[in-house]
Design a protein around this ligand. Structure first.
Ligand code: PEP
Ligand code: MN
Length: 350
């Protein structure tokens, strides 16, 4: 159920409706919009008796949300969610494309700094790199753990980049929350519901990757898990799904971009690195993602991909990343978007 408040409803009236919903034993989610505030109701098994709420001052109407996802839905919030960051002009979901770049894993301070400097110079505003890696094999590189998070925090201080890094379980979630600007939840954890709920109790944006075989509904329901706990800053990320195709690591499903945008107000990014698994395919698919209307891209970049401890074959060289930025900068205006590349990097000569 959704309580739609009148455009001129006061904050007090919104608060009173929320209190009433909670008093009835449900959870109220106040969602301010450009025109009016909507209040989502969750925690109800069946239909909520609309009568009592409809009578309250400031309420325009009480409507049933027929979709299984409620807080994620555009019915609840017609205008796009734009994620903002304290102390940074970067946004995710607004007119400016969000570009997240960096290695698959943080391997050393030197590796992270070398790549961060290159991607910052090229104009990325977000630096990615896993300190905890969920690998298919237990014998593969598992990440540097907290040491890796500390390196990421140093990268933020040095280059002014916002940090995106993955949490794989409760322990890492708490640590990642302390160090990161965006918490990534990986494809293999997209239906780890207890992890999603924990992330929902934090107050930090969550980048949720699509599961390897997740349908659109399953993807949106995973986001709903996070939002139902009160964290409304969810960023979706298409990263390819398993198909019979074997010329790429996964099949990048770009058609999910308009499908998500029709149903949901949440931002959707595209990851052509995991989506293709092939260095040469990353640039063309990044161009296509932007052309399809994605809110940005997430790409793996490594200065020595042949020595990378994970995902070397799909990591592009820093020069290729510059090229990628140049090209999407030209595509962006065609679809009413733009790329901000304004970060100033101090060098030893400065
Ligand atoms: C990653 O971003 O490095 C990663 C492991 O991604 P995914 O969860 O999409 O496989
Ligand atoms: Mn990777």
């Amino acid at each position: 159920m959704l309580v739609v408040m009148q455009a001129q409803a006061t904050e007090e009236q919104v608060r009173a409706v929320c209190q009433k919903i909670e008093a009835l034993g449900y959870r109220a989610h106040s969602i301010p919009g450009a025109q009016r505030t909507a209040i989502g109701i969750t925690g109800n098994q069946g239909e909520v008796d609309a009568g009592t709420l409809e009578e309250m001052p400031g309420v325009q109407e009480v409507i049933r949300v027929s979709k299984p996802y409620k807080l994620v839905s555009r019915d609840t919030k017609p205008d796009n969610t734009v994620i903002k960051f304290p102390n940074s002009p970067a946004t995710i979901g607004g007119p400016h494309l969000a570009i997240i770049a960096g290695p698959c894993g943080v391997e050393s301070r030197e590796q992270a700094f070398t790549i961060a400097e290159r991607v910052a110079r090229a104009g990325a505003q977000f630096f990615r790199g896993g300190a905890y890696k969920s690998r298919t094999s237990p014998y593969s590189f598992q990440g540097l753990g907290e040491e890796g998070l500390k390196i990421m925090a140093e990268v933020r201080d040095r280059f002014g980049l916002l940090i995106v890094t993955e949490a794989v379980d409760y322990e890492s979630l708490d640590l990642v929350d302390q160090y990161a600007d965006v918490i990534q939840i990986g494809a293999r954890n997209m239906q780890n519901f207890s992890l999603l709920k924990h992330a929902g109790r934090l107050r930090k944006p969550v980048l949720l990757k699509r599961g390897l075989s997740a349908t659109l509904d399953e993807f949106l329901m995973a986001a709903e898990y996070i939002m139902s706990e009160g964290n409304y800053e969810v960023i979706l990320c298409e990263r390819g799904v398993r198909t019979f195709t074997d010329h790429t690591r996964n099949t990048l499903d770009l058609s999910i971009v308009p499908a998500v945008q029709r149903l949901s107000h949440l931002p959707i990014l595209v990851d052509p690195s995991h989506g293709t698994g092939k260095r040469d395919s990353v640039l063309p698919m990044a161009r296509a993602a932007v052309a399809a209307g994605a809110d940005g891209v997430l790409v793996e970049v490594h200065h020595q991909p042949d020595k990378a401890l994970s995902d070397g074959p799909q990591s592009i060289y820093p020069d290729q990343f510059v090229h990628l930025m140049d090209e999407i900068e030209q595509i962006a205006p065609v679809i009413g978007r733009s790329l901000h590349r304004g970060i100033h990097i101090e060098t030893a000569a400065d």
